[in-house]
Write a protein that binds this ligand. Structure first.
Ligand code: ATP
Length: 254
């Protein structure tokens, strides 16, 4: 379908197209459609823009990623469908590690996702983990959902998990890892369990995250540690909820 650029919901419709395409290609599980819809709802409530509150978590996340010794970006079908290029850009600014980590894990879907990154793997731009080497197990998760790569999530100190589920976030935190999540729902278990939660839309916040990672590479460790230590995730989530509540109260229906 050709969506006219003048359409008031152009961006949103374009994302829907990408999500549907990914379903047709076998990259996305059907439940990914529902997850996307939940995200859209919260984005509507937030006003479909990056708030100053989210920007604070983006900066803290960038500082944590630059400080990390072994960061890994975990991807699922939705993330690949919407933001593959920016995930690659961010990985290239870090150590190049991307790990496929699916809620509904099937060999077929993993292979299809791997194929999406074929060019970047061949060029040596990234390392795609979690497909042929998912032979370690996250404790406290059922066997299929807990399979991870030793070089990737299993030994990572910081894991970026766009659109993750709460159980897995909690299990990663219990392993002693720092978890950065991107989740439009400030009430989700993921949002509440993460070390840093970016309550923003994935494709909107990734370019900002990349920008700050690039910028922060010029900062000292002390400066970066200050940024991370001055950030309070619970406080940030509370402010986000208040922002949504105030915004809804101020909206006029005519
Ligand atoms: P939890 O287990 O953390 O309570 P959940 O059951 O709501 O979460 P899922 O349905 O597995 O989680 O995940 C979808 C989450 O991803 C939702 O919270 C949704 O708001 C969020 N989400 C969906 N699309 C996007 C997007 N494009 N950008 C940011 N967040 C998104």
């Amino acid at each position: 379908m050709d969506i006219p650029k003048s359409h008031p919901r152009y961006e949103s419709l374009l994302k829907r197209e990408k999500i549907v395409e990914a379903l047709d290609k076998g990259i996305l599980a059907k439940a990914g459609l529902i997850a996307h819809g939940r995200g859209e709802t919260f984005d509507y409530l937030i006003g479909e823009k990056t708030t100053d509150i989210a920007l604070e978590s983006i900066k803290a996340a960038a500082a944590l990623l630059v400080l990390a010794e072994n960061p890994v970006i975990s991807v699922n079908g939705n993330t690949v469908a919407l933001a593959k290029e920016d995930v690659v850009k961010l990985a290239k600014e870090l150590n190049g590690k991307i790990e496929v980590n699916l809620f509904y894990r099937t060999r077929e879907r993993e292979e299809k996702i791997k194929k999406e990154f074929e060019k970047e793997i061949e060029n040596g731009e990234i390392r795609l983990l979690g497909v042929d080497d998912a032979n370690k197990q996250i404790p406290n998760l059922d066997s299929l959902r807990g399979k991870v790569s030793e070089e990737g999530i299993y030994t990572a100190d910081v894991v970026l998990v766009p659109l993750e589920d709460g159980d897995r976030t909690e299990a990663l935190i219990m392993m002693g890892k720092k978890v950065i999540s991107i989740d439009l729902n400030p009430l989700s278990r993921t949002a509440r369990k993460s070390t840093i939660t970016i309550v923003d839309e994935l494709t909107r916040c990734l370019p900002l995250l990349i920008k700050y990672v690039r910028e922060y590479k010029n900062k000292s460790r002390d400066e970066l540690e200050d940024i991370v230590n001055n950030y309070n995730n619970k406080e940030n989530l509370k402010r986000m909820l208040n922002y949504i509540a105030d915004r809804l109260k101020s909206l006029e229906i005519d």
